[in-house]
Design a protein around this ligand. Structure first.
Ligand SMILES: [Mn+2]
Length: 328
């Protein structure tokens, strides 16, 4: 694992730990204010469900110069079978997760890395200004990876900003969430054969085809939108409510995409190792298996890519990240 727990620990504000029960803290001495708890209360207001329906985008004025995607990533390794890529000029990011069932027989990361490498090569060799269609890109990356006879299998998701439209395609439980004004606007729905067995791409001739099986969609983008793209190491350990509250906290604090990615990944890392609190993984496991399932997280590789949708007139701060891991 690339980072020690202490290094990860430094990136997680105490306010988050207090608010979400990630740690046990001694109570404040009599007469003392619990300043961390107060800070958490200010930053993490409860979800307001009194709002109206989902915001509509069509009546938004078009910003001169259009929109751009500015992204950063954080990767916390467990078995080191996740991979990701991104290209800011093309406005596209992707993550993939090598299926752990191949571990010990072949390189379980091979297909995930092949997918992301091939997707990246497709993007960098496309004509500048090309709008990326995630389904086409994922399909081509899959075909190239399978044609090479690459071992193992992978889930994957690709999200692009094509003009003023966010588009996505995914297979399995690698996923994404689009936030607007601190609330979830769109999110992926995990594709699974059964609990803990996601749809996956591989080299088998009779395997899943992107064109037939990938979930695809799009939504008009708006300046200020935040897109979180991640593997199940994030989504199995962090609930939607926690994601929303962390995004609201980060927005209030002026987080950069890098800040967001590191705090989200670090939070997932800690939640994965808790043995006394539920996570999406343990809740679903209890429901789907009908068995006694302990309140716990799921240790796993954790990949988080965070993209801010910004006005095109802002300077391009971040260029591109090569597959498969930005943080070698
Ligand atoms: Mn995983």
């Amino acid at each position: 694992m690339a980072r020690t727990l202490i290094e990860t620990d430094r990136r997680i504000p105490d306010a988050l730990r207090v608010a979400f029960g990630l740690c046990q803290r001694p109570p404040p001495a009599p007469g003392q204010h619990d300043e961390v708890a107060n800070f958490a209360a200010v930053l993490l207001p409860p979800r307001d469900d009194g709002g109206t329906s989902e915001p509509m985008d069509c009546d938004e004025p078009v910003a001169p110069g259009g929109l751009r995607m500015v992204f950063e990533s954080s990767y916390i390794r467990d078995h080191d079978e996740d991979a990701h890529f991104g290209h800011a000029e093309a406005g596209v990011v992707g993550v993939a997760d090598g299926v752990g069932g191949y571990r010990g027989r072949v390189d379980a990361s091979a297909f995930a890395r092949g997918l992301m490498n091939n997707a990246y090569m497709e993007v960098v060799t496309a004509a500048p200004g090309t709008h990326v269609c995630p389904r086409t890109l994922l399909d081509r990356a899959h075909q190239a990876t399978a044609a090479a006879g690459t071992a193992a299998a992978s889930t994957a998701v690709i999200v692009s900003l094509a003009g003023r439209t966010l588009k996505w395609a995914y297979v399995g439980d690698s996923g994404f969430v689009v936030f607007r004004d601190g609330r979830i606007l769109r999110r992926s729905q995990s594709q699974q054969h059964h609990f803990n067995c996601p749809y996956q791409l591989n080299s088998k001739p009779d395997g899943i085809r992107v064109a037939a099986a990938a979930a695809v969609g799009e939504v008009p983008a708006k300046e200020g939108d935040i897109v979180v793209v991640g593997t199940d190491g994030l989504f199995d350990n962090v609930t939607d409510d926690e994601l929303e509250r962390i995004v609201r906290m980060g927005t209030a604090l002026g987080f950069s995409p890098k800040n967001f990615a590191e705090v989200l990944a670090g939070f997932a890392f800690e939640a994965a190792r808790c043995t006394n609190r539920d996570t999406p993984f343990s809740v679903l496991g209890r429901r789907e298996t009908g068995q006694a399932f302990p309140a716990c997280g799921k240790p796993d590789d954790i990949t988080v890519v965070v993209a801010h949708i910004v006005s095109h007139t802002l300077p391009l701060m971040i260029s591109r990240s090569n597959p498969h891991n930005c943080e070698q």
